[in-house]
Design a protein around this ligand. Structure first.
Ligand code: ZN
Length: 215
């Protein structure tokens, strides 16, 4: 069963999808609708979903550091299918390293999902009380009101722009993420340079050396 609206779209092995398939997702991601055109009519269907994708760093899967068998050409070819504009539409791009044996054996107990859930729910409530919607749905104009940048954060944005590390679309996404990080930490005032830095660190360049999960 396909749930194009209100569901999660998980694209495993992102590098294996044909480029035209990924680029066809751009419009529903931006507008939250899918338009189906036939000879006599066009239907517009709701399609606001959460997109999650995962990819190995290269065709061989990478493995432990130094074990990759792919040459530079093979790695480039693997990632060429995934366009910059498509990647720019992900709020978070996180590099996930190989699991440590202690993690696999469960010696260190992490936070339970139930505890994290409570924190996430509280942050969502805060956002909805403040703006009437979750942070992910804030428009560019609303970001000016609900996620203002302080002076130092604005300087950082300027530097990122000048170094071509940030696009206009990327900036909106980073501000929404920074707003959410602040809400999770109980810091709902203006976006500080610290919050913005964390949000930028959660957008790693894609063709890294370890497994990458983009969301
Ligand atoms: Zn490889």
């Amino acid at each position: 069963m396909i749930l194009p609206h209100g569901g999660v779209l998980f694209l495993d092995e992102l590098g294996e999808f044909p480029a035209h398939v990924l680029d066809a997702l751009r419009q529903p991601i931006e507008e939250g609708v899918v338009r189906v055109s036939r000879a006599t009519s066009t239907a517009t269907l709701p399609a606001r979903f959460q997109m999650v994708a995962a990819s190995n760093p290269c065709p061989c899967g990478g493995g432990a550091p130094g074990e990759c068998e792919c040459d530079v050409t093979a790695r480039m070819k693997y990632f060429r299918r995934i366009s910059g504009p498509f990647l720019d539409r992900f709020d978070l791009r996180v590099s996930v390293g190989a699991a440590r044996v202690d993690d696999l054996l469960g010696r260190e107990v992490g936070e339970s999902t139930a505890v994290v859930r409570e924190r996430v729910l509280a942050a969502r409530e805060l956002a909805i009380e403040r703006a009437g919607k979750v942070n992910a749905a804030l428009s560019a104009d609303e970001l000016e009101v609900f996620a203002p940048l302080d002076h130092a954060a604005e300087s950082l944005v300027r530097r990122e722009f000048e170094a071509n590390r940030l696009t206009a679309r990327g900036l909106h996404r980073v501000r929404r993420v920074a707003r959410t990080i602040g809400d999770l930490a109980g810091a709902p005032e203006a976006i500080s340079v610290e919050l913005l830095t964390v949000a930028l660190q959660l957008r790693v360049p894609f063709a890294g050396s370890s497994r990458v999960r983009v969301a």
